[in-house]
Design a protein around this ligand. Sequence first.
Ligand code: ADE
Length: 345
Amino acid sequence: MSDDIFSGSSGQQGILTNSVLPMDQEPEIVSLRPERLHDYIGQAEVLETLAIAIEAAQQRGEALEHVLFHGPPGLGKTTLAHIIANEMNTRMVVTSGPALEKGGDLIGMLTHLETGDVLFIDEIHRTPKTVEELLYPAMEDFSIDFIFDKGIHARSHRFQLKQFTLVGATTRVGLLSAPLRDRFGLFRSLDFYNTADLEKIVRRSAALLGLDIDTAGACSLAKRSRGTPRIINRLLKRARDYAQVRADGRITEKTVTEALGLEGVDDVGLTPLDRRYLLTVIHYYNGGPVGIEAVAATLQEETDTLVDVVEPFLLKIGFIMRTAAGRRASDQAYRHLGLEKREGK
Ligand code: ADE
């Protein structure tokens, strides 16, 4: 792969540079992602940790230590990886655990990294074991061992890499092996955002998109975005379309309520899938406890989708509980759905 290859978010993997793109290659849509630490809203402790580590590494003239981000989708793991590269003034190579099928896929990337470059591996918990084992010496000693031949003829050759920074992102830190986890110098979990931060994020996004939004409109979007910046930005665009076509273009509480009603998003931000999940636990399994595999089979959804996307927020707002015996719907969930709990449950 040559160094001038650029791959946007649509590409599986490639090199992102900090250089200005020619006009015809510029992404068409306005990026709502903050590019620098000072633009980032929320996750104050994570930002503080990063700001200190980045400044310290720069003072020492070293690459930043390897960083692992954990948390549900849409909370900013990829955005923070981009910010690290921007703040360190280096390039970023983007890939993901499932895309690294063979050792050669990783070796090709590692050997092209320059000093200080960021290698971002999304869904790092899905990296195949054989590839993961190559990462250990790469992370620890910045070297990789090539093995030639087999049995008594086996010889190995050590290849020295440049000092790079691995940024890993995972929704399931429990699935990461201990040797991999232990090789990260910085490990931070991203939590759901509070309503005040989400309001600031949606106001910033609205300003970047040139939209007129009032306080009640911003507040209403914040309350219905499942604590997630990616969701609030998506809902903002639905409200923008609705306000443009069915109203005077201004995003207000009324236009948000009407637009999100069409999306099936309710007043606490539950989506049709969230409600189907809760109704399955309640109606099919009498409120639980029920195993996640059984819920997934009934809903005909992937278990991973339920565990990574649906459950974290329902757990956060106390609508479900995870017990040793399985998932249970809480009293709050029954109340929210307007359902009576059956006696004895
Ligand atoms: N856009 C998406 N996430 C954001 C964040 N945390 N801060 C500012 N803008 C954002």
